[in-house]
Structures are given as C-alpha cells and as structure tokens.
Design a binder for this molecule. Structure first.
Ligand code: IPD
Ligand code: CA
Ligand code: CA
Ligand code: CA
Length: 264
C-alpha cells in the first residue's frame, strides 16, 4: 500500500473541498434539520461528502467509506482500508458563523489509524498526521504534549454536561469546572481535538460522538503523546457512538481518578 500517495491525495482533495466550501459563502444555503431542530445539515455538507466519495471511488475502488451524511458504505467491520469522513464538523457554526468548523478525514487499515487530517477551512490551516511520523500544523511539526496541573488546565467542555441532561450527572463535572483554570466550547469536536494536539487546550470532554467526529483527531492526538479514551477509560469504538475524553498525559489519570471514577 502506497501510504504517501494516499496521504497526498487525501490532502489535495481536502484542500479542494475547503476551497469549494469557501466559495459557497456567497451562495444561498439550503438548511435542513435531521434528528432534532438543532441538528442541522446543509446542501454543502452533502455536496462535500459526495465530492470526497467520487474522488475515492475513482482512485481506490476497493476502499470503503464511512461518511456522516450517508453517501458512503454501510460498514459493520473495519477490515481493509476505510475512509472515515465528516464533510463539515461544526455545521451549526458553519451556518451561523461561517467559521469554527472543519473537514475531518481519516484513513484506517484493518482498524489501525494511518492518516488523520483536520482542515480549518476558514483559516486555511491543515492539521495532519501519518501514524508514527508525528503531527503537523501545515509545515510545522508539533512537539510532544507536556504534563499540566489540573489548576492550570483549560478544558474543552460544553455547558450541557454540567446542567441537567440525560447522559451524565451534572455533579460529576461541575467540581472539575470549578478547579480548572478555564473552560472553552468551540462547537467542533474535530477542531477541539486539533486544539488538544497543539496544546491550545489541555483536554476535551464530551458525552456522545460518532466515529467521523473523532477518527482523525484520535490519530493526531496519539502522535503527540496525548490520550484518547471513553469517559470510562476504554478504547474508542470506531463503529459506534462513544463518550470521548481527550487529554494530555498525566492529566488524563488525574481527571479519571478524581472525577470520572464517580461515573456509573
Ligand atoms: C457535531 C460537532 C459538535 C459536537 C456534536 C457533533 P456536526 O458535529 O462536532 O461539536 O458536540 O456532538 O455532532 O454534526 O457539526 O458534524
Ligand atoms: Ca451533523
Ligand atoms: Ca461532526
Ligand atoms: Ca458533520
């Protein structure tokens, strides 16, 4: 398998898709809802996924594709080469803000992460990693993550998880929010994982993500020595939904012991 060639193609297609998204800013968006009034999808999410699928099918007809908008394959196992794509991660930001969203593309082989790309379309910044070769922001290699004390940490966390909700008792994370230096919520899981990779935030905690939200971020964070698990400390399942806990080394253990161990 020529991974360098696949990597080059993935980068070229991702930048091209980003250019098309930027060009769409002047056009009228078609906005639809999916599972709830807050679950948005646009014609651009769909067209971007279709753009990737056409490229991949033409070049690699034996590869499988898992995409959020459902134009790819129905996948129930990770055998062979699988592309996992979120055409726009942060659709709500795309619609309301025209910023703070990303394209997320990952390539796995027999369940092992090989290539991870997160493209911040508006800033034209590509976070990328090839397994075993480190993580980069454009041409700059990112250094290994350093340990940080909880009191000096900034964590990515949505306010939902410390108010009444059906997934986690708010009393578990509220004391953590009080102890850390600050919290942030960017509204794009992929960007939040890219931010942990660069050290802009120290952790990211969320209760439910799908494989396309975290597949690329997982590869990037691993390359700089970060840790990605469920909130229960288990490995993420790329075929289903997961809680996701992304963290610098050391901090992962402390937050797990002091807070997440109280989870049922
Ligand atoms: C969403 C974003 C958001 C996260 C949601 C995801 P989408 O992805 O990553 O930050 O909190 O759980 O569904 O739908 O904009 O691709
Ligand atoms: Ca979505
Ligand atoms: Ca997403
Ligand atoms: Ca999406």
């Amino acid at each position: 398998m020529n991974w360098s060639q696949i990597d080059e193609n993935a980068k070229t297609w991702t930048r091209e898709a980003g250019e098309r998204i930027r060009a769409s800013f002047n056009e009228k968006l078609m906005i639809h809802t999916k599972t709830s009034p807050d679950d948005l999808v646009t014609n651009i999410d769909r067209e971007t996924e279709q753009f990737f699928i056409e490229k991949i099918r033409n070049t690699y007809p034996d590869h499988q594709i898992l995409g959020e908008e459902g134009f790819g394959d129905k996948i129930d196992k990770l055998d062979g080469t699988v592309w996992i794509i979120d055409p726009i991660d942060g659709t709500m930001n795309f619609v309301h803000q025209q910023r703070n969203f990303a394209i997320s593309v990952a390539v796995y082989h027999d369940g092992v992460g090989k290539i991870g790309l997160i493209y911040d379309v508006v800033h034209d910044e590509l976070y990328h990693a090839k397994a075993g070769e480190g993580a980069y922001l454009d041409d700059v290699k990112l250094p290994p993550l350093k340990e940080v004390a909880v009191e000096q940490a900034i964590i990515g966390l949505n306010a939902t998880w410390i108010t009444e909700n059906k997934r986690i008792d708010p009393s578990i994370l509220a004391p953590l929010v009080r102890r850390v230096r600050g919290t942030r919520s960017y509204g794009s899981a992929a960007l939040e994982m890219a931010y942990v990779t660069t050290g802009r935030i120290d952790a990211y905690i969320t209760l439910r993500l799908s494989p396309w939200d975290f597949a690329a971020g997982l590869i990037l964070v691993n390359e700089v020595g970060g840790k990605v698990t469920t909130l229960h400390g288990e490995e993420l399942n790329l075929l289903g939904q997961n809680s996701v806990f992304v963290c610098k080394p050391g901090l992962h253990e402390t937050i797990s012991k002091d807070y997440l161990s109280k989870l049922k």
